[in-house]
Design a protein around this ligand. Structure first.
Ligand SMILES: [Zn+2]
Length: 460
């Protein structure tokens, strides 16, 4: 293929209007060619724990990776070829915890801890949101996530009125991201939630349902009902646990034991889990509970520093999360830096868990393992879904090449993410969003934020 043919093929493939019309169907065959480095996350495919390959190609057919290696060729005529010369290929990031709707209150209550932020910003805003606001905010957050290379997001959408959920899920479905939607199941709305699941979530192969719950003995009866429903529906329970020191007063671990939540084992995903004792870490490990670590949010809300090395030593599966507007940025590179930096700053050791290698794994395969999705995402492995990134390191913040693995964590920014593929479909190509027009998305979010501000002013 000549250079001009390649440019033409790229344009046809990734031009915004065509892609919007093409919807979710991936191209029949795509070859990412001549990547300077592929970080496969699969030690069987390459060197070291991250399975790195120097000068390699990745071939996917439709939504599935079919080959990873050197000098691959595409025989199918009209196959899409992405020239990755000088670039790095990575699996897409798994954001294990977020609240996409919270972008509508970005920067808010910036001198408050978790409780101040919840009572003065988050809950008041939740009370005045309209379906239109939710749609605008979730679209904005989804675009921001794509920008940083997140290909799978777990969205804890608890605490919202049910009449907001259709627009919430519509925005997620339209984003093209792989996602998990976790709403609060209220007794009187169970059949409506089931209908929402059947109509909007089940038909999307990229979408999964979890149920959001609240921990603490004050929520025990509600939590017990949610645990029962999670069992009945065969879905995960997703809760916040010991994010703020004061939450210990509610005996949240006891509430998880008594509600049957801990007995869900791998089907229980807990967020934060900062203020744990040794016995509690052992208990969570015994029950194979999955954990989302949100270092940027924990810094922003003065929540504390997770005992991540101890959780890892206990064998717990811990992934990384961005946690919504509470960190005010969707930057997975920044999140990885914070996860490494917090442990180094608190232990005065540069070899403490997670190392750079560990945190890259946490942000990709680690998140997939925590969701039991590692059979189809989390690494650049033949047979898995084509959720992957092409990173352009030739920028002032990233170059020059010295140790790219270190540079991915300490230097990269969302602007270095050149291509984002989810299920074989390009959502970002040559640094530009394929399916969405950022100006329009930002303007709609501005209008939503203005409405929220006005509604909040009227309630004060
Ligand atoms: Zn959260």
């Amino acid at each position: 293929m000549t250079f001009l043919m390649m440019i033409a093929a790229l344009w046809l493939l990734f031009a915004p209007d065509r892609a919007a019309a093409a919807d979710n169907s991936p191209h029949p065959r795509t070859l990412i060619q001549h990547a300077a480095l592929i970080v496969t996350m699969d030690p069987k495919l390459g060197k070291g724990p991250l399975g790195t390959i120097i000068d390699g190609d990745v071939l996917f057919a439709g939504d599935t990776i079919v080959a990873v290696g050197k000098d691959l060729s595409v025989e199918a005529p009209g196959a899409a070829v992405v020239d990755a010369a000088g670039k790095i290929v990575l699996p897409g990031f798994v954001d294990l915890h977020n609240h996409l709707v919270q972008s509508v209150i970005r920067g808010g209550c910036h001198n408050r801890d978790l409780n101040g932020w919840l009572h003065e910003c988050a809950w008041p805003a939740y009370n005045v949101l309209t379906p239109e606001d939710v749609y605008a905010a979730v679209r904005l957050s989804a675009l921001d996530l794509m920008g940083t290379g997140v290909t799978t997001v777990v969205d804890w959408a608890g605490g919202l009125k049910f009449d907001l959920s259709r627009e919430y899920v519509r925005a997620l479905n339209e984003s093209g991201l792989r996602f998990v939607y976790a709403p609060t199941p209220r007794k009187e709305e169970i059949s409506a939630l089931k209908q929402l699941h059947d109509e909007l979530i089940r038909p999307n192969p990229l979408a999964t349902l979890q149920l959001a719950g609240a921990t603490g003995m004050q929520h025990l009866s509600k939590l017990t009902e949610t645990v029962q429903l999670a069992r009945e529906w065969g879905v995960r329970l997703n809760v916040h646990l010991l994010e703020h020191k004061k939450q210990r007063e509610g005996e949240p671990i006891r509430s998880l034991e008594q509600s049957g939540g801990l007995a869900l084992r791998g089907n229980l995903l807990v967020n934060h889990a900062i203020h744990l004792t040794d016995d509690e870490i052992a208990l969570l490990a015994k029950h194979d509970v999955r954990i989302a670590h949100n270092p940027l949010s924990n810094m922003r809300l003065a929540s504390g520093i997770m005992r991540l090395p101890d959780l890892h030593a206990a064998g717990l599966k811990v992934g990384l999360g961005l946690d919504g507007s509470t960190n005010d940025t969707s930057d997975m590179f920044n999140d990885m830096r914070a996860a490494v930096g917090l442990q180094r700053a608190s232990t005065l050791r540069a070899d403490v868990y997670p190392t750079v290698t560990d945190v890259l794994r946490m942000a990709t395969l680690g998140g997939a393992e925590a969701l039991d999705m590692a059979d189809h995402i989390g690494s650049v492995t033949p047979g898995k879904k084509a959720d992957l990134l092409v990173i352009d390191p030739a920028t002032a913040n990233f170059g020059p090449r010295f140790d790219w693995i270190g540079q991915l964590v300490f230097n990269a920014q969302p602007a270095n993410v050149s291509f984002v593929f989810v299920n074989g479909v390009a959502l970002k190509a040559d640094g530009r969003f394929v399916r969405a027009h950022p100006t329009e998305v930002v303007q709609a979010a501005e209008a939503a934020a203005a409405r929220v501000h006005k509604a909040l002013a009227q309630t004060r």
